[in-house]
Ligand binder design. Structure first.
Ligand code: THU
Length: 136
């Protein structure tokens, strides 16, 4: 799947963001190795720490449906009425990615379907802690 198509899924997912506290809406779309796509949005809570980021929503939806092999994720954010910056996943989301993805998992940060930058997971979370460290 082209990055532009995956970004479209992420943009559509923004519509469902529940972000009454930050008013910062995030959408994500996760592409599995088998071609399936899972979208996610941020889901905030009055108890702020209970908030779930868009990226983790997408991952947890996919994992709970039995998916285990992932190719790439697109992320977009909407603030002050527009999508105007590349939003990089938070540290917790990077750690969740590291649990399920290899170093070459691709992270697409987008402002539009044609304006985006891509990173590898190993760029954003180098020298990560993982199950390898536990001897698993
Ligand atoms: N957020 C995400 O959903 N993904 C990110 O990569 C960064 C932050 C959400 C969490 C919270 O609902 C809002 O953005 C402000 O932090």
């Amino acid at each position: 799947m082209k990055n532009s198509e995956l970004i479209s899924y992420a943009i559509n997912s923004l519509e469902n963001a529940y972000a009454p506290y930050s008013e910062f809406k995030v959408g994500a779309a996760l592409l599995c190795e088998n071609g399936n796509v899972y979208t996610g949005c941020n889901v905030e809570n009055a108890s702020f720490s209970a908030t779930n980021c868009a990226e983790r929503t997408a991952f947890f939806k996919a994992i709970s449906e039995g998916e285990r092999a992932f190719k790439k994720i697109a992320v977009v954010a909407f603030k002050n009425g527009k999508i105007n910056e590349y939003i990089s996943p938070c540290g917790v989301c990077r750690q969740v990615m590291a649990e399920f993805c290899t170093d070459d998992f691709e992270i697409v940060l987008a402002k539009s379907t044609s304006d985006y930058v891509t990173y590898k997971l190993s760029d954003l979370l180098p020298n990560s802690f993982s199950s390898k460290n536990l001897g698993e």
